[in-house]
Write a protein that binds this ligand. Structure first.
Ligand SMILES: Cc1cc2nc3c(=O)[nH]c(=O)nc-3n(C[C@H](O)[C@H](O)[C@H](O)COP(=O)(O)OP(=O)(O)OC[C@H]3O[C@@H](n4cnc5c(N)ncnc54)[C@H](O)[C@@H]3O)c2cc1C
Length: 365
């Protein structure tokens, strides 16, 4: 029987993972379309849950363990007056809670695997949907704001401009046993994500007009203050504008949006790519089911099934992250009660267990 052809447009983390996952399905021929002449390096790290780390292991043969830095503990702090109150610790003795990887290193590994698996890669920029004619299914992984999505989605997406930027960077340090941590500071949440013994990355989300002058010095002094050290060296500092975008329409005919284009969430909870991996896992399962029945993809409700399976979790998670972010933002009315609320939260073991379960496995809706 002739193979059915799927094309994946866009070679960010979502496109690369989707190509490898769908290529595992018998009877499919996967093509990956990547933009010509890209020069910018993605000098960020990504934290993924233990369940999603296991999915990575299924996608890549002999995955080098050293590429993923495991964390058994995540500490959460809230800034009050001059003190940082440690209101919650997630810890596990035996299992790892999450793994952190460097985006550019993992992209390199995924690209190597794509070559090894002989997935055809076509170098071109997609300007209109017509550029993808001839495939049985088209998957757009073109990032958060491609104009091409406009011809697929209706106008009912959930949108918000946070008017914030995420400042990111790598830090060399000589602290002993540094844990992953999130500091809810007055200026915005600061995440510390160790990715090797003496290196961590940070994501500090602040107002977009925050300290335009001498930003490098401000960042360095804040990290030194928080970690109570003076000896750090920052490299690869970058910034990203922050938005919330949760699509309500996922597909049209045989074209699906996937990745940041489907849901862009605030990085405070480190959930963006975790949601994408769960999407890819479900999409693989659905397409495998229909192709296993010998059906032509064009005649199946695969994309409708995918939407029904994933939309609620993606929207609820995106809104949940938005609410969490709002809770920690400066607010004259709520600020006097936050300490008490947080103290009660930390005492409640059931809530702690639920948060841990959701960040590992999603809502499993
Ligand atoms: C500061 C920050 C920190 C984050 N931290 C975490 C975290 O800790 N954990 C987590 O789970 N998630 C995190 N995320 C989210 C995560 O980075 C993304 O979900 C992930 O990178 C997937 O992106 P993507 O591949 O969908 O989009 P992109 O990375 O934007 O990739 C889009 C690709 O499409 C290509 N493209 C675009 N237009 C065209 C075209 N016309 N033709 C051909 N190709 C095209 C681009 O070249 C690019 O390769 C974070 C996000 C930010 C901003």
């Amino acid at each position: 029987m002739k193979k059915q052809r799927i094309c994946i447009a866009g070679d960010g983390l979502s496109g690369l993972m989707a190509a490898l996952a769908l290529n595992k399905i018998e009877g499919l021929e996967v093509h990956l379309i990547s933009k010509k002449n890209k020069h910018s390096k993605d000098k960020r790290t990504t934290a993924i849950s233990a369940t999603n780390h296991a999915f990575f292991n299924q996608m890549i043969d002999k995955l080098d363990k050293k590429l993923f830095w495991p964390s058994k503990k995540i500490d959460l702090f809230y800034e009050r007056k001059d003190q940082k109150m440690n209101f919650l610790n997630f810890d596990e003795d035996s299992k790892n809670l999450m793994y952190v990887f460097e985006n550019d290193k993992i992209k390199e590994i995924l690209n190597k695997e794509i070559k090894k698996k002989k997935i055809k890669t076509i170098q071109k920029s997609i300007n209109e949907l017509k550029d993808l004619d001839g495939y049985d299914m088209k998957i757009l992984c073109l990032g958060r704001s491609s104009k091409i999505y406009q011809s697929i989605v209706d106008k009912r997406s959930i949108n918000k401009d946070y008017k914030e930027i995420a400042i990111t960077g790598y830090v060399k340090h000589n602290l002993e046993n540094l844990n992953a941590a999130q500091y809810f500071l007055k200026d915005g949440p600061l995440a510390i994500l160790p990715f090797s013994k003496n290196n961590f990355s940070f994501v500090w989300s602040v107002d977009k007009d925050f300290s335009k002058k001498e930003i490098n010095l401000v960042v360095k002094s804040k990290i030194c203050e928080v970690l109570k050290t003076k000896k750090i060296q920052i490299t690869n500092q970058q910034s990203y504008p922050l938005i919330l975008n949760l699509k309500r329409t996922y597909y049209k005919n045989d074209i699906l949006i996937l990745g940041e284009g489907l849901h862009t969430v605030h990085p405070v909870a480190g959930q963006g790519f975790n949601l994408v991996i769960r999407d890819i896992n479900k999409l693989q399962e659905i397409i495998k089911y229909y192709t296993g029945l010998g059906m032509s993809l064009k005649s199946t409700p695969a994309l409708e099934d995918f939407t029904n399976n994933r939309k609620s979790e993606n929207i609820i998670t995106g809104i949940g992250i938005d609410l969490t972010h709002n809770f920690f933002k400066k607010n004259k009315l709520l600020d006097p009660f936050k300490e008490t609320i947080l103290k009660n939260f930390s005492k409640n073991n059931t809530l702690k267990k639920i948060s841990k379960f959701i960040s590992n496995q999603g809502l499993s809706i």
